[in-house]
Design a protein around this ligand. Structure first.
Ligand code: IPD
Ligand code: CA
Length: 272
């Protein structure tokens, strides 16, 4: 039995408990309830930007659970949940990050839930049921995977970096992203495209990737994973001097972060 979360507190650890339980329930629904004949329920930014009935069901489960406990909080969810709230707390939710992997039966997908207080992520959970792993962090409290402390790798030489990235769903954006990857690939150990930004960021925090970058993310893709990566010792940001955003998100340990950010900026990784 999971402990009953303290529903009134805005303490990051109390918010984390709620995120953990919501992500656990949604992860179980997605893992155990995936229909064998799962199809596409709708498309969004392009015909290959898909939504399944399970994305929608998982978001409903998460938002009902959270609003049942904390009716005054705001929410922002990938599948349309959006309310301002009055408490200063906002939940940023990707009910199923890695939808294309999930559709095809590939295991790299996750439930991502972050709690922001006054606009800043203070608690984050990325649950990856097919990995049997949950990544969690509160601001200032370190990062943990299944209860064990997570730490990013020390920065390798640039030429030895294993770098994760992802691509948007629009053809023109992909053409620009291919140019950036084409310039980066000869300069690093290798590139990975896992298919879930939340897991990519968790992998930086666990030392399974040296770095990660992507253009075009939404807040729900990176809010929880970026907090986890930071609490595991990585730096996160966007263009030099800026915070991670839809323009550009970069995560890596200090020493690798800065040259990668500079190179990406020079390559125009922040625009189409
Ligand atoms: C996508 C995944 C993917 C990233 C895309 C995201 P979705 O989220 O995180 O790895 O490259 O930019 O949109 O659509 O699976 O929730
Ligand atoms: Ca997503």
């Amino acid at each position: 039995m999971s402990p009953t979360p303290d529903a009134s507190s805005t303490e990051p650890t109390a918010l984390l408990e709620i995120a953990l339980e919501a992500a656990r329930r949604a992860g179980e629904l997605l893992r155990d309830g995936r229909p064998a004949d799962l199809g596409v329920a709708a498309t969004k930014s392009s015909p290959i930007d898909v939504v399944t009935e399970m994305d929608i069901a998982a978001e409903k489960l998460i938002t009902s659970y959270i609003s049942g406990l904390r009716p005054d909080d705001g929410v922002l969810g990938e599948e349309g949940a959006s309310s301002e709230g009055t408490s200063g707390v906002r939940w940023v939710i990707d009910p199923l990050d890695g939808t294309v992997n999930y559709l095809y039966g590939l295991p790299s997908w996750a439930v991502s839930i972050a709690a922001e207080v006054d606009g800043e992520a203070v608690a984050g959970v990325v649950a990856a049921p097919m990995r049997g792993e949950t990544y969690q962090a509160v601001r200032g409290g370190g990062a943990f995977v299944n209860g064990e402390r997570a730490r990013c790798r020390p920065a390798p030489a640039f030429s030895h970096a294993l770098v994760g990235t992802g691509f948007g769903y629009l053809s023109e954006r992909r053409a620009a992203q291919a140019t950036v990857v084409g310039a980066l690939l000869p300069r690093v150990r290798d590139i990975r495209r896992g298919g879930s930004a939340a897991i990519d960021l968790a992998d930086v925090g666990c030392g399974r990737l040296d770095a990660y970058f992507e253009r075009g993310l939404n807040p729900w893709d990176f809010a929880a994973g970026a907090l986890f990566a930071r609490e595991a010792g990585a730096l996160t940001g966007g263009r030099p001097g800026e915070a991670a955003s839809g323009e550009l998100t970069v995560a890596a340990p200090g020493g690798l972060f800065e040259p990668l950010q500079e190179l990406l900026d020079g390559l125009g990784a922040w625009h189409d």
